[in-house]
Write a protein that binds this ligand. Structure first.
Ligand SMILES: [Zn+2]
Length: 361
């Protein structure tokens, strides 16, 4: 089957495809409805899971899509393609696959990175009762990043301001300021939230309900937006010198990158989903990876995220500008072309097979 057939035009189609394929394989399906919001066509929103393999498997490969909603086209396509009799037949003894489809269904449906709370789920797994991480660079740039106007003039002024910060502090600190996460501007970008989101609570509930008796867990969280077109970066967020990082290197090879060691295209972030799930599953051997596929250059990606933030706070979705921004978001996070889909599917399946071999080893 061509890889293209695994991918979908929108959240609703992706959900239907995932559930159909899960049921045809007699996978154990569970749905977690999000009744706080609906999709743009009024469709119901839900995170769905499919469990393939023995109920009591002690080794589990977990895949996640749409942590950043708009990136779900990619991850959901991989997940639907993995719900295939041939891949099911490759599961070793005592091993299961748990596919978590659209952990942020609102963002996927609306083609936004964020959740219905305007929160970046990958910055939300912090302890909100404690002092939250500071991001002085973001505070300094907040107005330039999210101007109230999105005219040519306002955008040029903002771009100059960001470029000036980059000249003063360097590109890495500029990226850290923008994307590292912030807890001060609830209407801003890369906002970590003031409380656990529905998506975070749902992820932890899924972990409790499905992974409590697992001893070894490999998790691949699918992302898009950083790096060269079609290239999969294997991002490891385990700390330096940890067993998790060593295991990931052993399984996935030297091509892995590390946010903690500064070798990743991603900023070093706190409050990410992988860290949150690991903390919620103590006593398991947990090996996490974010597999991030490039689509568009970094500056264009950030520009799309800023435009989308403006649209949802100040603009009109049902306008020519609104539709153009939504098309820009989609093109930024989804390489909607056959070569891109074939390439990322092949890389993702290779990573999943390596994870299965690692779990068995
Ligand atoms: Zn992402």
């Amino acid at each position: 089957m061509s890889a293209r057939t695994h991918f979908s035009r929108d959240y609703a189609e992706a959900r239907g495809k995932f559930l159909d394929r899960a049921r045809s394989l007699r996978a154990r399906v569970a749905s977690y409805g999000n009744d706080r919001a609906r999709g743009p066509a009024g469709e119901a929103l839900s995170t769905d899971t499919a469990w393939l393999g023995p109920d009591d498997a002690s080794r589990v490969l977990v895949t996640v899509s749409a942590t950043h909603g708009a990136e779900g086209f990619c991850g959901a396509g991989v997940q639907s393609g993995s719900l295939d009799p041939a891949f099911a037949g490759e599961l070793p003894a005592d091993t299961a696959l748990l596919a978590i489809h659209a952990i942020n269904p609102y963002g996927f449906a609306w083609v936004q990175r964020v959740t219905e709370e305007n929160v970046d789920l990958n910055r939300n797994f912090v302890t909100h009762e404690q002092a939250l991480p500071r991001n002085d660079g973001y505070v300094e740039l907040a107005e330039a990043l999210c101007p109230a106007e999105w005219s040519e003039v306002a955008r040029r002024r903002a771009r100059d301001r960001l470029a000036e910060y980059g000249r003063r502090h360097g590109a890495a600190l500029l990226q850290q300021a923008i994307t590292g996460g912030q807890y001060t501007h609830a209407d801003g970008i890369f906002y970590g939230g003031a409380a656990p989101t529905w998506a975070r609570r749902t992820a932890l509930r899924i972990a409790r309900e499905h992974l409590a008796s697992a001893r070894k867990i490999a998790i691949i969280d699918y992302h898009t937006g950083l790096g060269p077109y079609g290239h999969g970066e294997k991002i490891i967020v385990h700390p330096p010198a940890s067993a998790g990082l060593a295991r990931a290197r052993d399984w996935y090879g030297d091509a892995i990158t590390s946010t903690a060691l500064g070798t990743s295209k991603s900023a070093d972030v706190v409050g990410d989903l992988l860290g949150g799930l690991e903390a919620a599953l103590p006593g398991t051997e947990f090996t996490g990876m974010a597999l991030e596929f490039g689509v568009r250059p970094f500056d264009e990606t950030i520009d799309a995220v800023r435009a989308d933030n403006w649209l949802h706070h100040h603009g009109a979705l049902d306008s020519a500008q609104g539709r153009a921004i939504k098309a820009q978001m989609r093109a930024t996070f989804y390489g909607d072309a056959d070569d891109w889909k074939a390439s990322i599917f092949e890389q993702a399946m290779d990573a999943q097979r390596r994870a299965l071999a690692g779990l068995a080893g």
